[in-house]
Design a protein around this ligand. Structure first.
Ligand SMILES: *Cc1c(COP(=O)(O)O)cnc(C)c1O
Length: 376
């Protein structure tokens, strides 16, 4: 028998979450009497831990897929995805352009080095590109001063038959917070005014909370939003839950109680003896530790569900095990079902918050050793 831990992935939840985004955009577009934007479902990092092939199956209704690993992009083609694929970091070396050409991958174009590589390229098919503006994130992209010239170079490459569609993109740093995306949006508009091609600016937070940005360009321009995290049923916000957004958890991390201990008052739990029982109590040992991807930063009080009953983690998470309070679940014993996060348990965002991080990190850090099964 393998250890009882496994992650369950729900196709129906993935589909549902995509349709939630679609409906929100359609409603906003209807209200504004404009075209509804197209969706690039972001499936980087092995589809946020859910598996590339599963994501390809579940996101069939998306207009495109976006990711950054070239091998993952090729796997999408091999899994039968015929639509657009956008490489969010683009290509890294000249040989990559052969893969872009062969598998018809679209690219983000964010550096002079990439433009130089394209100057030397003779692809058999035109490569579609989105020229990226660094509008304040200060990660990838041309500076506002350099953007116009970079776009001109891209148009020259288009005229030579190297590039196909040339569009404009940027990435928001604060769409999920009170600062909002407007400070970057204003700069983006100023830098791209009058330049042709499709536009892509919105991640999950901007798509869900600032839908007008996904619609707000001059008439006739195609909009591509780039939602990621919300498609997996986690929230991009720390002040609005996935549940409140109408999203469903796509990943459920399950395990079982593999041992029970009866503590006397004064006894402690785990490494560092960080939890001390103040009275006699029953505790359960769960087959799940940080080597499975459960965050070690989660301490006493982190929510967990045993036999469908909410309870809490006790003490430090170890490599292969963690300990839970069985007081609210007197019937629980060895073999009782545990939900670490997901359907029937705490949300991945609640667990992440208890560990001082975000759901993104937990989903993408699910360890290789955890078997993944399809829920439906
Ligand atoms: C990851 C990423 C997204 C999606 O972000 P979410 O917050 O998961 O919606 C969109 N665009 C770019 C460039 C990204 O790197």
């Amino acid at each position: 028998m393998p250890r009882p831990i496994y992650a369950q992935i729900s196709q129906s939840a993935l589909r549902h979450n995509l349709s939630v985004v679609r409906e929100r955009l359609d409603r906003a577009a209807q209200a504004a009497a404009c075209e509804s934007p197209s969706i690039w479902a972001v499936i980087k990092a092995n589809a946020y831990g859910h598996g590339i092939e599963r994501a390809v199956r579940a996101f069939g209704q998306a207009q495109g897929l976006a990711m950054l690993d070239l091998e993952e992009a090729v796997r999408c083609r091999e899994a039968g995805w015929g639509g657009p694929i956008l490489l969010l970091e683009g290509f890294f070396q000249p040989q990559d352009l052969d893969i872009l050409d062969r598998y018809r991958l679209s690219t983000s174009l964010h550096s002079q080095e990439q433009l130089d590589m394209l100057e030397q390229a003779r692809p058999a098919h035109r490569i579609n590109a989105m020229v990226k503006l660094n509008s304040g994130m200060n990660r990838l992209g041309f500076s506002p001063e350099a953007y116009g010239a970079a776009f001109e170079s891209a148009l020259a490459l288009q005229a030579r038959g190297v590039l196909g569609t040339v569009g404009k993109m940027t990435h928001f740093a604060t769409a999920d917070s009170g600062l909002g995306p407007d400070w970057q949006w204003t700069l983006f508009q100023a830098c791209t005014e009058g330049l042709p091609g499709p536009v892509s600016v919105c991640n999950s937070a901007a798509t869900l909370r600032h839908a007008r940005l996904a619609l707000g360009q001059p008439e006739g321009q195609v909009q591509w939003v780039r939602p990621g995290i919300c498609l997996y049923g986690a929230s991009p916000f720390d002040d609005e839950s996935a549940d409140a957004l109408g999203l469903r958890a796509a990943m459920t991390l399950r395990s079982e109680i593999i041992g029970v201990q009866d503590l006397k008052a004064g006894q402690t739990v785990g490494y560092g003896a960080t939890f001390t029982a103040s009275k006699p109590m029953r505790i359960g040992v769960v087959a799940c530790g940080y080597a499975d991807g459960y965050p070690r930063h989660c301490g006493t009080g982190t929510p967990v569900t045993v036999s469908g009953v909410p309870t809490r983690l006790l003490g430090r998470v170890s490599m292969d095990m963690l300990v839970v309070d069985l007081e609210p679940v007197p019937s629980a014993g060895v073999g009782s079902a545990v939900v670490l996060w997901g359907e029937g348990g705490p949300s991945v965002d609640e667990v992440a918050a208890a560990g001082g991080t975000i759901g993104y990190e937990l989903l993408t850090a699910l360890a290789m050793r955890v078997p993944v099964r399809d829920a439906d």
